[in-house]
Write a protein that binds this ligand. Sequence first.
Ligand code: PLP
Length: 399
Amino acid sequence: MDAERLVYVDNAATTKVSKSVIDAMMPYFHTHYGNPSSELYGMGREARVALEKARLGISEMLGCEPGEVFFTSGGTEADNWAIKGIAESAKKAGKGNHIITSKIEHHAVLHTLERLEKQGFEISYLDVYDNGIVRAEDLEKAIKPETILVTVMFANNEIGTIQPIKELAEISHKHKIPFFTDAVQAVGKLDINIKELGIDALALSGHKLHTPKGIGALYVRKGLKFPNLIEGGGQEKGRRSGTENVAGAVALEVALRESLGDKEGREKVRAMRDYLAENLSKIPYSRINGDMKNRLVENLNVAFEFIEGEGLIMLLDMVGICASTGSACSTSSLEPSHVLRALGLPHEICHGSLRISLSSENTMEEMDYIIEKVTWAVGRLRSMSPLYEKLLESQKTEQ
Ligand SMILES: *Cc1c(COP(=O)(O)O)cnc(C)c1O
């Protein structure tokens, strides 16, 4: 067994911090470690300049104003802030209590909406059909006079499908409803121009883009009514008080720039992903989950019949492969992930899913290793499956 080997293909869960990001952060730990609010002396001003430079860079790359970018601790916080904030403002203004989302949102969105539901909001969930993509006409149909928010994620974290954001935002605006998107999986991977797309609020996170964990941002369109998240010393224009994570903000800017600039890396990732897809589909009784065209190049999600996803992940871990599954069987619930269920897949297919999420650090040679080991692991798990045995028996008798 290749015990010392490590192949990390779970970049949708988190990423390795890149060397250049660490280098960019370092001065803000050792040299320019001042508090950005201590602007009376040089060291504080240096921190303030770095923070605002990061904000400006991020806003330019995303096509919005620096004053519209608020740093947060990550994607979850940005999702909570946007959704609860917009809902609270609308409720105060007596505008209504209906929110529209999709069936495949991240839990940071879904659980926030469940909380709002308990507080009297009504939530509608748009279908994603078998390809994992919402249909604009369904949004049009779901809108009511009481609708106060549409929140649909940019790209999905499990199956990588990309939603028709521009169309969804246009329909929302036609009805004067703000449009929020959880873009944690999309920022840095897709060319996003917030103003061109007509997005009113957008969440992003650094650690999916090779920064350390604990930094993210929320874009909020100027003029959109929005309550403060945290009261205190008035940082982030009083919206989110607390001494800023200067090194984190610097990291986010650098990581975003690197990610967007690495077109070559993206093409390499696409080639690796397509190679994996082609070869893993050769395993009998397998299928790819989610649309292959409108999809992040980093993502592959394959289901194998007659196995349990968790068993597969454990076997792959034994040979140094870090991947993930949407099939929870032995943990808290017996249900596979809400995303796979939303695709309308039969249970026996949902249960054996494998998510592989690549980065440009992966290599083609690693893809061969993955193909070899997944083939081995699926075979081994199937050899223990009574259902698979039955299938083989029935095939024998037919011949
Ligand atoms: C990871 C992720 C989040 C949560 O972001 P954190 O920075 O880990 O809090 C939210 N939405 C999506 C789609 C994600 O992939």
